[in-house]
Design a protein around this ligand. Structure first.
Ligand code: PEP
Ligand code: MG
Length: 574
């Protein structure tokens, strides 16, 4: 039977393929049957994975860096205890023997059964320990997946598959980057959640907030995903399929055409140069940055180096990563944002999740509370500055005291490098993100104290309108065109112009071609976005005349009639 589901289209394009339902193991887990003669080998493979995981955790425990948060040691002890429990170390073997399934699948099934049991516990703290079970299982799964078993030849991993999940965290999406899928769809999630941002960066069509896709769709159902309109069609009939194949082709042609703009100068029709920079999460994104012809990196979300692991990246490891980016950009600016953990990007060793994590110990607040962690990162960034045009960007600044403390920590990091005789750029630029309304209202102060500002509209909208950006039940209220949001953006830009400091927007607004002209009209000249949207934005820039945009942007800024907003924007883009 054919039917359709409607959600929020978070990343454009059309994909046609077969449903692949996520297991809640969060690591992509294959399922296949084994011949009876391979069962002993499979049991041995499972035991070896448990032993390897134990060795890994013990190694981590004996090398806890001095600057690690106090929770890390207790966290590793608990994981070792779970790993030794027969529920994880023995029970999956019974499943392998009885159902002849592969070890990964048996372990994932057992994990789901355990998670369901935890769900029934009344005590909230004990119930939340299911997260640790999931993390331990994931660790074993990763070991198993690195050592595949006797996989039958008829398992087809190359066909177009569409990932169907109830929910995906940003950390899951990072794993997802290395597994080939044509699209992904989820029941939960908002348009500017980090999960959606990652989907966009991969250029994959995706639809979120479908509410019950995971329950209604079955493995291997044929799906059409229209990431622009937010529609998923399940088991379409021939005529619908033919129509979407045509649309898919057209989309591919349009995307190919845009590539011609890569080397053209980025300026408006009246000759105003516009800088188009890229946002990245991982080193793997660098190819896309080059393909888009970006002017530099306006936002490197460094916290992604800290996800999906229970140890901390050392100064040396971080330095190597930052240096690789600095060298690859060959003199173009590389803006490394210091750790923005907390809220929806929780490191496994992190502080316990607060009731209101977006308002809690997040970003710069977390770094100032963990001086050792912060010093390690600052030293790594500073050392990388000897290899390119590296800049430091501080997330979620709100108070003047925080800024003063942060600048002090940067000075301390510089002093420690001087004492160690290590090189860095003495004049490294330090910028701040304007993501909290208080910072936007006090932008003049921040602009004077810092070398540049970058407006994080994803959080600025979240905090101005009191809308959780990851919660789809309020996503209809998440409004980049709200006059209060536009006023804060304009105020920040004006403060920077007055102070003679550069300002960019690095939130998702910068990568939305429908908002390019509006931002130009508000005075913005530097945009930073995922490389996947850069050429579309450039196309808009090339068609724009600044003088015409300024009055039209002011109209939108002053508009208090929500019914008129869409038509004012259409006129601005016309
Ligand atoms: C933002 O808030 O707009 C931003 C760019 O930071 P992030 O999306 O990583 O929170
Ligand atoms: Mg932010």
């Amino acid at each position: 039977m054919s039917f359709s589901l409607h959600g929020i289209g978070v990343s454009g394009g059309i994909a046609i393929g077969y449903a692949h339902l996520a297991s809640s193991a969060r690591v992509e887990v294959p399922q296949y049957m084994l011949a009876q003669k391979h069962i002993p080998d499979e049991l041995e493979r499972f035991d070896e994975a448990i032993l390897a995981t134990r060795a890994e955790l013990e190694d981590l425990r004996s090398h806890i860096p001095a600057n690690a948060p106090a929770e890390l040691s207790a966290f590793l002890d608990m994981h070792l205890m779970f790993l030794g429990d027969s529920m994880i170390a023995e029970e999956p073997k019974r499943l392998i023997r009885e159902t002849q399934c592969n070890a990964e699948w048996a372990l994932a099934q057992q994990m789901e059964a355990l998670v369901a049991r935890f769900e029934e516990i009344d005590d909230a703290y004990l119930r939340s320990r299911q997260e640790d079970v999931v993390q331990v299982v994931q660790r074993v799964l990763k070991v198993l997946l690195g050592h595949p078993s006797h996989m039958p030849l008829d398992v087809d991993f190359d066909s177009e598959r569409i990932f169907v999940a109830h929910e995906l965290s940003p950390a899951d999406m990072v794993i997802f980057k290395n597994v080939r899928f044509a699209a992904f769809i989820t029941d939960l999630g908002g348009t500017t959640s980090h999960t959606a941002i990652l989907a966009r960066s991969m250029g994959l069509p995706s639809v979120m907030a479908l509410h019950n896709a995971r329950g209604l769709i079955r493995d291997h159902d044929l799906l059409i995903v229209d990431g622009r309109d937010g529609v998923v069609i399940i088991n379409p009939d021939e005529s619908v399929l033919a129509e979407y194949r045509l649309r898919q082709n057209q989309w591919r042609i349009d995307t190919d055409k845009l590539k011609r703009l890569k080397t053209s100068r980025s300026a408006t029709l009246d000759g105003t140069p516009i800088e188009l920079m890229a946002n990245i999460e991982l080193l793997e994104d660098l190819d896309a940055v080059k393909a888009a012809g970006a002017h530099g990196i306006g936002l490197f979300r460094s916290e992604f180096l800290f996800l999906n692991r229970s140890d901390l990246p050392s100064e040396e490891e971080q330095y190597e990563s930052y240096k690789a980016v600095a060298k690859a950009l060959d003199g173009k600016p590389v803006t490394i944002r210091t750790l923005d953990l907390g809220a929806d990007k929780q490191a496994p060793w992190g502080h316990s999740v607060a009731d209101n994590p977006a308002l809690g110990l997040r970003a710069i607040r977390l770094c100032l509370a963990e001086p050792g962690l912060f010093l390690t990162q600052l030293r790594a960034i500073l050392r990388a500055s000897a290899h390119g045009r590296v800049r430091i960007l501080i997330p979620m600044l709100a108070s003047f005291a925080e800024l003063r403390q942060t600048l002090q920590r940067i000075d301390e990091a510089k002093d420690s490098l001087r004492r160690d005789g290590l090189k860095f750029d003495e004049g490294i630029a330090v910028g701040g993100m304007i993501e909290v309304p208080a910072a936007a209202l006090a932008a003049g102060f921040f602009a004077e104290q810092l070398d540049f500002l970058s407006i994080g509209t994803n959080d600025l909208i979240q905090y101005t309108l009191a809308i959780d950006r990851a919660d789809d039940s309020v996503s209809h209220l998440y409004d980049p065109l709200h006059p209060a949001v536009l006023a804060l953006i304009q105020q920040t830009i004006r403060a920077c112009v007055k102070a003679g400091k550069p300002v960019s927007v690095c939130g998702e607004m910068a990568g939305d071609p429908l908002l390019t002209r509006l931002l130009l009209g508000l005075g913005l000249r530097i945009f930073s976005m995922h490389p996947a949207s850069l050429l579309q934005v450039k196309q808009q820039v090339l068609r724009s005349h600044i003088e015409e945009l300024t009055p039209a942007a002011q109209k939108l800024l002053k508009n208090t009639d929500p019914e008129k907003t869409a038509s004012l924007l259409t006129r601005l883009n016309g």
